[in-house]
Design a binder for this molecule. Structure first.
Ligand SMILES: [Ca+2]
Ligand SMILES: [Ca+2]
Length: 259
């Protein structure tokens, strides 16, 4: 194609040159003889060029087609490789991911089992069955009411929520008679209305010592059990007071891991 264009351009240029030359004030006959003599070598050269062009056109497409065919073949080969490679890589990655998932699932099951084992041990070590319920009695560390609430929550329990005189009697036998302990009762929300932090409902059992609850200095909103006299009774106390506390288990059976 390039050869043809070159040839055509050359022919046009040459034709114009020849035409312009013949328009000078000369007769047609004189012009023809003069021109032929002058351009004969050029015409011969054109003939040679024409042949080269033909050869060029005859040869170049074959080479080009050959190159294209080779490139096409290479592309097809590359396409086949590309079509296969991602699939095999994906398949390999999927297998690896499946293996990782399986290991993670097994690890999760193992961790869950160990967690439950630890929880059982914790329940058996920390808690004691007193009456029909399990309790953790903190006799070493004193804390304010909110921290006591939080600490009980950390061990699957809540601050003791006494429900009856019988519960209080059996529990009292395990308490230090010179100490005071937090319960879950409080009137933080509405003065004089004591609710259970465990249930959020109004307390159902009270054992006040007269004249409690007195809300001394308008600052007593949390309820303690006092045992340091010969009696056990309740008193409203400042929630910031640091005293001991009793946690009551949120579960009934230490081996029950469903909760
Ligand atoms: Ca109060
Ligand atoms: Ca009081």
């Amino acid at each position: 194609m390039l050869c043809s264009i070159v040839f055509i351009l050359f022919a046009i240029t040459f034709g114009r040159s020849l035409s312009q030359h013949c328009e000078v004030d000369e007769t047609q006959h004189e012009c023809g003889g003069y021109c032929y003599g002058a351009v004969k070598p050029v015409l011969e050269y054109l003939a040679i060029l024409q042949k080269r062009v033909e050869n060029c056109e005859a040869k170049q497409p074959a080479d080009t087609l050959s190159k294209i065919a080779k490139m096409d073949e290479k592309l097809k080969t590359l396409g086949r490789v590309l079509a296969i490679q991602p699939k095999s890589e994906r398949s390999s990655q999927e297998r690896k991911l499946a293996q990782i998932d399986e290991k993670l699932a097994a690890l999760g099951r193992q961790m869950e089992l160990e967690k439950k084992t630890l929880m059982r041990l914790q329940r058996l070590v920390l808690f004691e069955k007193i009456g029909s319920k399990y309790y953790y009695i903190e006799n070493e560390i004193t804390t304010n009411w909110r921290d006591a609430l939080h600490k009980c929550g950390e061990i699957e329990a809540h601050l003791v929520s006494l429900q009856s005189e019988d519960e209080m009697k059996v529990l009292r036998r395990k308490l230090d008679k010179n100490k005071r302990y937090w319960t879950d009762l409080n009137d933080l929300k509405t003065e004089g209305e004591f609710i259970s932090a465990t249930t959020g409902l109004k307390g159902t059992f009270f054992h006040w010592q007269e004249p409690e609850p007195n809300d001394m200095e308008n600052s007593e909103d949390c309820v303690e059990i006092r045992t340091f006299s010969d009696k056990d009774w309740m008193n409203d106390q400042s929630c910031f007071e640091r005293i001991y506390f009793i946690c009551e288990a949120s579960w009934d059976d230490p081996f029950d891991m469903t909760i």
